[in-house]
Design a protein around this ligand. Sequence first.
Ligand code: UDP
Length: 357
Amino acid sequence: MKKIVTVLGARPQFIKASVVSHAIAQTPGLTEVVVHTGQHFDANMSDVFFAELGMSKPDYFLNIHGGTHGAMTGRMLAEVEKVLLEEKPDVVLVYGDTNSTLAGALAAAKIHIPVAHVEAGLRSFNMAMPEEINRILTDNISKILFCPTETAVKNLHSEGFTKKPVSIAQVGDVMQDAAIHFANRSKMPEIGNVGQGFVLATVHRAENTDNPENILNIANAINKIHQEIAQVILPLHPRTRNLIQKAGIELNVKIIDPVGYLEMIGLLQECGLVLTDSGGLQKEAYFFGKPCVTMREQTEWSELVEMGVNVLVGTDTKIIINEVKENIDRQIADDMSVYGGGKASERIVEKIKSLSL
Ligand code: UDP
């Protein structure tokens, strides 16, 4: 029996793990222990995903959140190490680019447990982003690099990973697996009759929320879009809500609490455009056939920009408004093979099973 310890802690990781953990559970010869760091802990940022997506309760809940990046990552490192020394897994599985990802990978690598990284090789080439630091460091201490795209594989090649004793596999994107798997269980949140063709907006990236000019520009753009183009529905991340309140910024759009994934899919199916700075939502817009306007300067999902289904607009108010006007309700081409066609979790589990670790 091969034992996997999965370390996770943030919203997108619950969604990604839901499909992989399901595939692990279906595979004879594999067993999984789940460690939730506590990075996201509110009911609507954490519990709802475990409840709705058929995941078992985590085996360990470390209750670590808040504080500076260093302090949070350090506390996670110490606590995850204790779990790993106790559980003695054959492999540690981490997802994406959060502090929980880096802490899980580093705790394992330091005590010589092989790390498997899902979403390896993604790069925004902006080292000011905490996510970029986390993903580069995690890749460099991983033994098994599960790349979602060809671009991700190329990034690893150009960084010299082919000369290292590691295994690189292009498996596709687990978020596409989730989108396919849960599509017919979608539901609309209870927000009254909003009709179709609204703008579904999310904002939570530090480079936007922590920069007073950027967040003000975004708020002005969103307010204007809501007034002049289409209704804006904004499930608001708790950190953005706090920062906006502190800065006294007014948002005159339809603000709702963060929603569960099934409700998010419901919104994606009905909207006319996604306006976001999220990594995951850029792809989900595509999976549900919706154009996306991304309020960032770079994206690690560059193929969507190359295909012309996602536009990068940064945080200039006028550009955001214009691109929303140009793109709303636009039909977009679909080539679902770019992200692996929904087979990523199967491929990940097969690979972990077949490797001699
Ligand atoms: N999401 C959700 N409810 C929300 C906002 C986002 O379920 O209110 C989902 C979204 O559909 C995607 C994931 O959370 O699957 C993206 O997470 P987030 O934007 O927090 O992180 P990122 O992808 O930028 O790392």
